[in-house]
Design a protein around this ligand. Sequence first.
Ligand SMILES: Cc1cc2nc3c(=O)[nH]c(=O)nc-3n(C[C@H](O)[C@H](O)[C@H](O)COP(=O)(O)O)c2cc1C
Length: 170
Amino acid sequence: MKKIGIYYGSSTGTCAEIARKIAAALGVAPADVHDVSDLTAASAAGYEVLLLGSSTWGDGELQDDWYDALPKLREAGLRGKMVGLFGCGDSGSYPDTFCNAIGLLYDGLKETGCSFVGGGVETDGYDFSASSAAADGKFVGLALDDINESGRTDERIARWAELLKAQGAV
Ligand SMILES: Cc1cc2nc3c(=O)[nH]c(=O)nc-3n(C[C@H](O)[C@H](O)[C@H](O)COP(=O)(O)O)c2cc1C
């Protein structure tokens, strides 16, 4: 199995819980699941695969802790690493910026030379108007809405875990 590190940014615990569920689905040890406020370039460099999660706040913004962490990750040098993105939002209250943070992570890391995994998640079955994480009917990572669609979270995570396995990221 590849060395997988999961980093999440979470203000009220939802994305943290999602990160733990993703870890369980992939068999990643709890010690490799980190709050992104603890991220250092050295700790991230030790992983072959990074799964990065953020909830969306404000008007479609990253969870606060990511603002310090993103530059550190770019510094770490992601060339050759696999990167998968996930996040959570609220499509009922914020339908025009649903899970934008996933798109912001993607944009913030696309020049690093990493290879993204876990993309191409169908937007069918979600109920939102716009998201910077989606183009042509697909999300660039795993989008979850634990506020309105909590009943679908486990099934969406299980499907994403299968996708990551099929892409050789596990
Ligand atoms: C003030 C505020 C702004 C928010 N803005 C967005 C948004 O723009 N897009 C979105 O999808 N969700 C938005 N949300 C919903 C959060 O992303 C959602 O509650 C999420 O589950 C929080 O996860 P966390 O506890 O891991 O931080 C917002 C929530 C609040 C309270």
